[in-house]
Ligand binder design. Sequence first.
Ligand code: SAM
Length: 219
Amino acid sequence: MATQSRSTPVTPELIAYIGRYFSAEDEFLEALRREALAAGFPEIWIAPEQGAFLQVLLRAMQARFVLEIGTLAGYSAIMMARALPEDGHLITLERDPERAAFARRAIERAGLQRKITVHCADARQWLRDFHPPMPLDFVFIDADKPSYGFYLDLCLPLLRIGGIMCADNALAWGDIASESSDPDVQALQDFNRRMATHPQLQCCLVPLGDGMLLGLRRW
Ligand code: SAM
C-alpha cells in the first residue's frame, strides 16, 4: 500500500488527467501553439497545466508587475497576463527578433498589447539597465539555463518581499538527479542548489511540466 508521506510518481496517465482538468489553454492558445510549430519554432513552451498553476499563483498573490525571461511565441506571457488585473503589466524578454515579432503579433491578437511589453534584447544585457518603477511581484525565468544564477542575482533585489522567483526546467528534462555532464543540466543543478540554500528565499519544487522551482523572497 502506498504511504501518505511520499509523493505519488507522476505517470503519463496522471499527466494526461491533470492536463484534462487543470489547463490554462483555450482555443486561442491551442491555435497559437500550432502556428508557432508551423513557423518552425521549437516546442519548448510551458505545458498547459503549468499555465493553470501560474495563473492561480499570480491571482492568489494579487500580482500586478511581472517579469518574464524567455518569450518564444508569447504562450506563457499571454497565460500569465490573463491573470493580472486591468492595471497589471508583464515585461517579457526575447533575444530572437523573429520570435519577438511573432509574440507581439500574438499578443495584439489576444488583445493584451496594453498589458504586455515584449523587449527584443539579450536578457543578460537588458537586465543590467533595468530600474523598475516599482518592485516586481513575480519573475519567471525560462531562458538560457547557464544564466539562471545570473538572473537570480540581478532580479532578487528587484523583487518585493513576499514576491516569487519562479524558474522552469527545475527537473532538467528528467536528468536533474543524474550525474550528467550536460552543461545545461549542471547549470540547473547549481541553480537549484543555490535557490534551496538561499537565506532570503523559501523554496519548493512543483513537479508540473519539467518542474517549477519557486522561491518566495522572505526579506
Ligand atoms: N516562456 C516561453 C513559453 O513558455 O511560452 C518559452 C520560452 S523558451 C523556453 C526560451 C526563449 O528564450 C527562446 O525563445 C530563446 O530565444 C530565448 N532566449 C534564450 N536566451 C536568451 C537571452 N539571453 N535573452 C533573452 N532571450 C533569450
